[in-house]
Design a binder for this molecule. Structure first.
Ligand SMILES: Nc1ncnc2c1ncn2[C@@H]1O[C@H](COP(=O)(O)OP(=O)(O)OP(=O)(O)O)[C@@H](O)[C@H]1O
Length: 312
């Protein structure tokens, strides 16, 4: 059994009349990055806001490091750092001023505040901008400041709500690598509506749709369940479909235009290698292999179908 840092029990939350999330049960492992995957409006922010004590749930409980958030919110919140979707930055403060304010809010003892600010700035690569006003920082650096405030009190669990949203591709890579570094020492929960982002970063994944968890397991198990089982190959000297079917793992072949084939596969891990070998052997002159990635909607449709099969 893996150790957990937090547990969400039978969580349901209603805004006005409609339920945003319904009966969420979720154990968060105490190490590594767990991805919370779901399309817009699926219920990710609601779940994260409840987990971090920013929203009081209609029903259910959150236990963080053994502390019940309802019974002892102050103590439970010490164990958690949160970067909400709208980073809570004061743009007229400098990085130092803002982090000092956050450290005080977090009740860090006065004698330890300077050291905590320095450590958070170093970790997030923002020490050289200490005196700069937050309003004069790029989106990527603002996100780093948001992450710095989340780790300033050194909590064992960090929750980041779509931290790469709105960043340019370079900034996304930088923030991802920072998240990886932060996760070396603690648990991180990270939400996104982008499947490849979760696949790149996370060890565990929870998928939420329509306010309910539709999948919860390791990333490897997720990939096995939903794995891309089609690929496109371009062979300059196109063979007959039957010849391709002789490669173990190819279940069906669809001929496309321009000497391209769509191959439906059994998910065999070394299939690409076998195709390259067969191409060399038969001189098919392989030009390209492209793995077709399923969209979030397709993954959801597949998971829903599998669930209804289990229920039937
Ligand atoms: N303050 C609110 N008042 C009323 N309804 C809300 C409120 N916040 C969220 N909702 C609704 O609750 C549902 C879940 O929203 P939530 O923000 O948790 O989803 P999300 O997965 O984080 O989506 P996004 O990625 O778009 O933020 C949606 O139907 C949303 O419209």
């Amino acid at each position: 059994m893996r150790e957990i840092i937090a547990r969400i029990e039978s969580l349901s939350h209603r805004y006005h009349k409609s339920w945003a999330v319904k009966d969420i049960n979720w154990d968060i492992p105490n190490r590594g990055i767990t991805g919370l995957l779901g399309s817009n409006g699926a219920g990710k922010s609601t779940t994260m806001n409840v987990l971090c004590g920013a929203l009081r749930p209609t029903q259910g409980n959150v236990i963080i490091a053994g502390i019940n958030l309802r019974k002892d919110p102050q103590q439970a919140r010490r164990e958690i750092g949160f970067l909400p979707q709208q980073a809570p930055l004061y743009i007229d403060l400098s990085i130092d001023e803002y982090l000092r304010y956050c450290a005080e809010l977090r009740l860090i003892p006065p004698k330890q505040i300077n050291a905590s600010i320095e450590a958070a700035k170093q970790k997030c690569g923002i020490a050289h901008f200490s005196k700069r006003l937050i309003r004069n920082l790029s989106g990527g650096y603002r996100q780093r400041v948001g992450i710095a405030q989340a780790i300033i009190h050194r909590p064992p669990l960090i929750v980041l709500d779509e931290p790469t949203n709105g960043l340019d591709p370079n900034q996304i890579l930088e923030v991802r690598s920072l998240i990886r570094e932060i996760a070396e020492e603690r648990a991180v929960v990270f939400s996104s509506h982008i499947l490849t982002e979760i696949q790149t970063l996370c060890k565990d994944v929870v998928m939420i749709e329509g306010g309910q968890i539709v999948f919860s397991d390791t990333m490897d198990a997720f990939n096995n369940h939903t794995g891309n089982n089609t690929m496109i190959v371009h062979l300059e000297e196109a063979p007959a479909s039957d010849q391709l079917m002789q490669i173990p793992g190819i279940m069906q072949v669809e001929l496309l235009s321009g000497n391209r084939f769509r191959l439906f596969t059994s998910g065999e891990r070394k299939l690409a290698e076998d195709i390259v070998q067969a191409s060399v052997q038969h001189q098919w002159r392989l030009q390209e292999i492209l793995f077709e990635k399923p969209s979030l909607d397709e993954v959801f449709a597949k998971l829903s179908k599998q669930q209804s099969k289990f229920k039937a």
